[in-house]
Design a protein around this ligand. Structure first.
Ligand SMILES: O=C(O)c1cc(=O)[nH]c(=O)n1[C@@H]1O[C@H](COP(=O)(O)O)[C@@H](O)[C@H]1O
Length: 273
């Protein structure tokens, strides 16, 4: 999917919501556990109830890998279900990969070719030759950690090298890489005060912004400082939406939470047009 297609979907739905499919068998409704593939059934119900309110889904692969083969199969069924039924929705494999070049190529093949995701998250620590293999894939997007939502972000990412914060080096340096137009960046919603500086370095890039909902980030502040004239934001909420209820009404309750966020987004978008 191209960024133009993503932007037009955002305009059509008046939403830049990404729903995180971080499925934990201890948190989903008990009645689903009797089914053959509870993880997939949970995802399917959430997707059916929310697809008109969001433009992206982001399964975090940890929540699937934790269940071994059956988890990986559920991930595969989920992405196939999305691609077959909602090809207009942007899909993110939140895997935070990145390794020496030939290994990164294999990671990229796993998520872009075998699983056919539109994008994958990567960590920048190993540098250019660990990320360019992902960028080589046409019509795919590589979403690199810049400034993360957790408190550990201050351990390294905001530390200064040559009087400049490391996350700024990451943003500036990555812009020089081959096919860097296929890069997007992760910036945590909990760090809204940093968005102005970030937009000075990457004015046109899409930013994936996790951390609203369960982690306490503020949607209004993120929009105020992070939005560009193409919107340029995908705001993710996982637990705050998918675990709105752990009873039989879980999907409709998730849809209510998603609707609240979508309506807030629609109000913000109205002020732009
Ligand atoms: O790359 C991510 O998506 C990510 C980066 C970051 O800085 N912080 C962060 O929370 N995430 C992911 O975003 C999701 C947030 O989930 P909730 O806090 O439940 O909304 C999880 O899948 C995290 O792994």
């Amino acid at each position: 999917m191209t960024t133009q297609q993503l932007t037009s979907e955002i305009r059509k739905k008046n939403s830049f919501l990404c729903i995180g499919l971080d499925v934990d068998l201890d948190k989903i409704p008990k009645h689903l556990l009797e089914l053959e593939d509870p993880i997939f059934e949970f995802n399917k119900a959430i997707i059916q109830a929310t697809h008109h309110l969001c433009v992206a889904y982001k399964p975090n692969t940890a929540f699937y890998e934790a269940y071994g083969l059956k988890g990986w199969k559920a991930l595969q069924k989920t992405i196939e279900y999305l691609n077959d039924n909602y090809p207009e929705i942007f899909t993110i494999a939140d895997a935070k990969r990145g390794d020496i070049g030939n290994t990164s190529t294999m990671y990229a093949k796993a998520f872009f070719e075998d699983l056919a995701f539109d994008s994958v998250t990567v960590a920048p620590y190993m540098g250019k030759d660990s990320i360019e293999p992902f960028l080589a894939f046409n019509n795919k997007h590589t979403i690199m950690l810049a400034l993360t939502s957790n408190t550990g972000a201050f351990d390294f990412q905001t530390q200064k090298i040559d009087d400049k914060a490391l996350y700024k080096h990451v943003l500036e340096t990555s812009k020089q890489w081959e096919n860097s137009e296929r890069l997007m960046y992760v910036v945590g919603a909990t760090k809204a005060e940093y968005f102005t500086d970030i937009r000075k370095i990457v004015p046109h890039s899409f930013l994936l912004v996790p951390g609203v909902g369960a982690q306490g980030g503020n949607l209004q502040d993120v929009c105020k400082y992070g939005m560009n004239d193409q919107v340029g934001l995908l705001i993710n909420s996982s637990r705050g939406i998918i675990y709105a209820s752990n009873d039989k009404d879980f999907a409709s309750e998730a849809a209510s939470k998603a609707l609240q966020l979508q309506q807030e987004m629609e109000a913000v978008l109205l002020t732009l047009s």
